[in-house]
Design a protein around this ligand. Structure first.
Ligand code: FAD
Length: 542
């Protein structure tokens, strides 16, 4: 290499002298011929102390032999070598040297000298190692956590996850973060976007993941989710002077399915007890109301007869007197009123926001034994997200249990005539803008067209009144739906059995609780069910 004409030789020397890098020049055997002032600053050895010594005087004797062998093999090929060596200072302390050795080749192609340049990178290495250690430590802590953790970039791609999260991928079948975030967005609505826009953390949101299928198939999974956001500065060279910020979403999800199952078992037990009590009272109400209804007929006839006799007496000019017949009639009416007063009030129940998926699941759980006993297959298709409906939890559970019982009974009857007929109940929920729809289909015989409206009338039964079939089931179901401001309807187009649709409004249109509802005994004398609940259509009575 020739010196550029306008650059004097001493500039090269001065450049080396003043360089901030520790520079040394050796002969072909690595004996030091020259060392610059920075060399003294880094190593503690002055030029006078090192000249004539081999560079090996800097070795701390802990660098593996293989490193030196590689170094020299590279230099022998007249190639520069760069690497890290553990060096010893004059005071005996050690430091990590980032060294570049370049062979100096003479005009004959022989290596005449070596140029060594190094700097102390102990601190840089310490920091790098510290970052690596912390990263490894965080990763092991995150991996050991019993909570699924994942980090998503701005396009909702998972960039980091832990073992628990990986397990969830297998369990849920698709990207758990996508499922959980979809549920969270649907559950929180605009609140989620607001939290995201303000980078506000979302704490403990319970998310239920339902997997459609047969009743005994996949139980729902519950997760307690939390979301937080953080910003990261882009580490690329382009972003060195113009910082680019990246946003990440940190999602944690703790599986609380077991806890929920225990809570559910407790809830179902108390709901079963409540329903049993309600059914006992309901049975009493129906029996007494039936008795009142039955007695009203002859009593009305007797009243008419007494009026007729009275008018006749008046026509004959006889004086009106309190006959034994009238006294008997009065006593009978009093007895009837006493009987009517004995009809127990229905318990009042607080109206609360309800998720119908949960109500229906509870009903299915309570009916599992009956369904299995009847060999009924249940296909449960809940909408992934449902708005809540205001309602009485026990009343609505009783309503759907009644409809389910009707379906099972209808299919059981059909079994008697057709053993091979598959008994299937399909239960679905659908969200609509202003209401939630529950569809219950059974593969039973269906409802004949002529009974579609009559089946809702109190005491109407297709089975002949007996202790079990007073004909009040659907009438009471319709009362419950009406009390909640909803509609119950049989789909006339459904031909494969019976399809009952129940629509319950979202929002606060539900009316007063049960006590305000008409008593069955009073309903019995009223016009037909369709008139009491305009817009409603008949339901199935089985
Ligand atoms: P050595 O006995 O010196 O050598 C170990 C192995 O290296 C040998 O088995 C042999 O294969 C190979 N080797 C050694 N010398 C030669 C040679 N002249 N030709 C071919 N192969 C050879 N070492 C440091 O530890 N710290 C430094 O800062 C450092 N800076 C250097 C700067 C320059 C410019 C050069 C040329 C070398 C530098 N070395 C440095 C390497 C140093 O010369 C020694 O090779 C090294 O320190 C190992 O020394 P050692 O006494 O443990 O073993």
């Amino acid at each position: 290499m020739t010196t550029p004409p306008d650059l004097p030789h001493q500039v090269f020397r001065q450049a080396v002298e003043q360089s901030a890098l520790a520079i040394s020049i050796t002969d072909a055997k690595a004996n030091i011929l020259y060392a610059n002032p920075a060399f003294e600053r880094v190593t503690g050895f002055s030029q006078a102390e090192v000249v004539g010594h081999n560079e090996s005087l800097l070795s701390y004797k802990v660098t593996p032999r293989l490193v030196y062998e590689t170094l020299w093999a590279q230099l022998k090929r007249q190639r520069a070598w760069n690497g890290l060596l553990v060096n010893r200072r004059r005071d005996g302390s050690r430091y990590l040297a980032d060294l570049i050795i370049t062979p100096v080749v003479d005009g004959d192609g022989h290596t005449s000298h070596y140029l060594g340049m190094h700097r102390d990178v102990t601190e840089v290495h310490r920091l790098e190692r510290q970052v690596q250690n912390q990263k490894a430590m965080i990763e092991s802590v995150v991996d050991a956590a019993q909570v699924a953790i994942c980090l998503l970039d701005e396009r909702d791609r998972v960039v980091l996850d832990n073992q628990e999260y990986k397990k969830l991928i297998g369990d849920l079948g698709r990207e758990p973060a996508s499922i959980l975030l979809t549920h969270l967005r649907e559950q929180m609505g605009s609140e989620f976007d607001a939290a995201r826009a303000r980078r506000r953390a979302i704490h403990h949101r319970e998310v239920r993941v339902d997997r459609p299928g047969r009743l005994s198939g996949h139980p729902p999974r519950w997760f307690a989710c939390a979301v937080s956001w953080f910003e990261e500065q882009d580490a690329s060279a382009e972003a060195f002077y113009e910082p680019v910020r990246r946003h990440y979403l940190l999602l944690t999800a703790q599986d609380i399915s077991e806890l929920k199952r225990q809570q559910e078992a407790i809830r179902i037990n108390s709901l079963s007890a409540l329903l049993a009590e309600q059914e006992r009272i309901q049975g009493l109400r129906e029996t007494l109301a039936g008795a009142v209804f039955q007695l009203e007929g002859p009593l009305n006839t007797m009243t008419a007869a007494v009026r007729l006799l009275e008018r006749r007496r008046e026509g004959n000019g006889e004086e009106s007197s309190d006959t034994a017949m009238e006294a008997a009639l009065r006593d009978s009416r009093a007895a009837l009123e006493t009987l009517r007063a004995c009809i127990p009030d229905q318990a009042t129940e607080a109206i609360q926001p309800l998720n119908l998926n949960e109500v229906l699941r509870d009903v299915l759980k309570m009916s599992t034994a009956v369904l299995l006993g009847a060999g009924v297959i249940v296909e449960w298709n809940p909408a992934p997200e449902l708005p809540t409906v205001p309602g009485g939890a026990t009343q609505l559970a009783a309503l759907f249990r009644q409809l389910l019982a009707n379906a099972i009974e209808a299919m059981n009857e059909q079994r008697a005539s057709d053993q091979n007929q598959e008994r299937v109940v399909r239960l679905s929920t659908l969200p609509h803008p202003d209401h939630v729809e529950v569809i219950l289909e059974d593969s039973g015989p269906g409802v004949p067209e002529e009974w579609r409206y009559k089946v809702f009338e109190p005491f109407f039964t297709t089975k002949g009144a007996d202790r079990q079939h007073l004909g009040m089931g659907l009438s009471m179901a319709q009362e419950t739906v009406a009390r909640h401001g909803g509609l119950i309807d049989i789909d006339p187009a459904y031909r494969d059995g019976c399809r009952v649709r129940v629509q319950l409004p979202v929002g606060s249109s539900a009316t007063a609780p049960d006590s305000a509802a008409p008593q069955p005994g009073y309903v019995a004398g009223s016009p037909d069910a369709a008139r009491r609940n305009p817009g409603n259509h008949a339901g199935e009575s089985k």
